[in-house]
Design a protein around this ligand. Structure first.
Ligand SMILES: C[S@@+](CC[C@H](N)C(=O)[O-])C[C@H]1O[C@@H](n2cnc3c(N)ncnc32)[C@H](O)[C@@H]1O
Length: 510
């Protein structure tokens, strides 16, 4: 860490070394630690915006030429930033970020790097379909490789196997996934805090005082040490207009130029609701500030947005295990969720209605109106209103359905008793998608067997068990309701029989 800290300071970063130091933690690797009592509001370190590494600060996009960059599709997704990171790494000591690049990890425990057998352990969870290896590799072969082949002056033939190989590409992608921050250009507002999105922080216009004038008309300029500097202000505004338009179909997709690697800020670990420091954005600096008093010896925690374990594992390669509140018990991640696909619900309703009928028009209507084909249950184990609304829609009589269609409004998500059997079926079928039972998983994590589990397998078991406990909790709630209802109708029937026996029933009927 000494080389890294020295580099950080030489590059204009400021660190209060009397307050914050680094340590290796047995379960989370390197992290930051309070060296003395730190009051709330204390600035631990600050990073000049120009020291963040992104499409806006690397000089590669302007050297490559913005038009050519876009033609190769490097302005979409993360492939452009990955290429910048590979290129900066290939420059060795000539890159402004060389010390930073070598401080980052080369290996990851995310499922992207798991064997097929290990991934099988995640069957049924939200992780499997989201690993995204194939999509990532498509970008590598269709965008990155043609781009580097088109510019042998920038990407020397001999450097390709070492710096631009597929495994380096996945490694850079994983560095971005687990360490990048969301950094928008400065818009003139006062030090606002980072948003708690998947990337954890904010970044740069080129106000770097050392920024060197790079000739925009000569994008293929040489790559000697002197010239490897962040782009000049004019180029940055060109970059902004080139990269800020979100070309992705998904409106919520992040602008690729806002994804930034932030040295030092990415040294902080995170744990569910443990945040005691957060990155704040100012015009020229990003500042890590204590958000609570921190006692000497305590770990300094940032936040990764407290995602469910399925996302923590996929993006960061670890899981959170803390005490759970009611209605669950034991330990897990209180932010866990379980996803239920709409098609599972459709088949449960078909079964419950005992008539196939044409549900497809109703499904299409749902997709049109609600635009969501997945339902999410959380650790409160409540059946979500959207799921209730969908089941009601599928269960309507023909007349009711015609009315709903005419009004163009989805039914309210009310828990009606006649929906309960279908809900029970959905939850039971969803539970069957995991190859192991809750009891089997609990025993795997028990004190005797947990020691024999590999790190990856233990994390897979924690993720799937967390999801299954939510399903079981929801099932218990719905079955309890169903039992109460049956009890009630049993009592009603008994009362009716008694009434009939003493004549009151008959009377009432008349
Ligand atoms: C932003 S980095 C933090 C610094 C990192 N520990 C390092 O050694 O460079 C995020 C990575 O730290 C590790 N990490 C962070 N918080 C953790 C936690 N609560 N438990 C286990 N690992 C954690 C994970 O490997 C994660 O991908």
């Amino acid at each position: 860490m000494d080389n890294f800290t020295t580099w950080f300071r030489e590059q204009g970063g400021e660190l209060d070394a009397s307050a914050m130091g680094f340590a290796i933690f047995p379960d989370s690797g390197r992290g930051a630690i309070a060296l003395r009592d730190i009051p709330e509001g204390h600035a631990l370190f600050s990073i000049p915006r120009g020291l963040t590494l992104s499409l806006r600060t690397s000089s590669l996009p302007t050297r490559f030429g913005i038009e050519a960059w876009k033609q190769h599709g490097l302005h979409e997704g993360w492939v452009g930033l990955i290429l910048c990171m590979m290129w900066e790494e290939s420059l060795g000591g000539s890159s402004k970020w060389s010390e930073y690049m070598s401080s980052m990890p080369d290996t990851f425990t995310t499922p992207m790097f798991w064997s097929e057998e290990e991934i099988q352990e995640l069957k049924g969870t939200a992780v499997v379909d989201k690993i995204g290896r194939d999509d990532a590799e498509r970008d590598y072969y269709e965008k990155l490789i043609p781009a580097i082949k088109s510019r042998p002056d920038l990407f020397l033939e001999g450097s390709i196997p070492k710096f631009y190989a597929l495994e380096r590409y996945h490694m850079m992608g994983s560095r971005i996934l687990s360490r990048s921050f969301h950094v928008e250009p400065w818009r003139g507002d006062d030090g606002h805090e980072s948003d708690e999105s998947e990337t954890h922080g904010d970044a740069p216009h080129s106000d770097d005082p050392n920024g060197m004038d790079v000739d925009a008309d000569n994008p293929s300029g040489d790559t000697t040490a002197d010239s490897i500097e962040p782009p000049h202000e004019e180029e940055v505004s060109q970059l902004d207009s080139a990269f800020d338009g979100n070309t992705d179909d998904d409106e919520d997709a992040e602008t690729p130029a806002d994804v930034a690697m932030v040295p030092m800020a990415d040294m902080l670990n995170a744990r569910f609701e443990s945040e005691n420091a957060k990155l704040f954005y100012e015009e020229h600096y990003l500042k890590m500030v204590a958000t609570k008093p921190i006692n000497a010896g305590e770990q300094i925690w940032n936040t990764y947005g407290d995602p469910p374990n399925s996302d923590l594992l996929r993006r960061y390669g670890h899981v959170d295990v803390v005490p759970l509140g009611e209605p669950l018990s034991g330990e897990g991640n209180p932010a866990d969720v379980v996803e239920i696909r709409a098609d599972l619900v459709v088949s449960a309703v078909r079964k419950a209605r005992k008539a196939a009928g044409d549900l497809q028009v109703r499904v299409d209507f749902w997709l049109e109106e609600a635009d969501d084909d997945t339902f999410v249950l959380m650790t409160d184990c409540e059946v979500p209103e959207e799921l209730l609304s969908f089941i009601r829609l599928l269960s309507l009589t023909k007349d009711e359905w015609n009315k709903v269609k005419a009004k163009g409004k989805l039914p309210k998500g009310k828990l009606e008793l006649e929906l309960l059997p279908a809900i029970v079926d959905v939850l039971k079928e969803r539970l069957k998608e995991y190859p192991t039972t809750i009891e089997e998983d609990e025993s795997l994590l028990g004190p005797d067997s947990a020691v024999n589990l590999s790190f990856n397998k233990r994390n897979a078991v924690v993720v799937r068990l967390g999801e299954k406990r939510i399903l079981r909790g929801a099932l218990q709630k719905v079955e309890a309701l169903l039992a109460t209802q049956k009890g009630k109708s049993g009592k009603d029937k008994k009362r009716t029989r008694e009434n009939e026996a003493d004549g009151r029933g008959k009377k009432a009927k008349r």
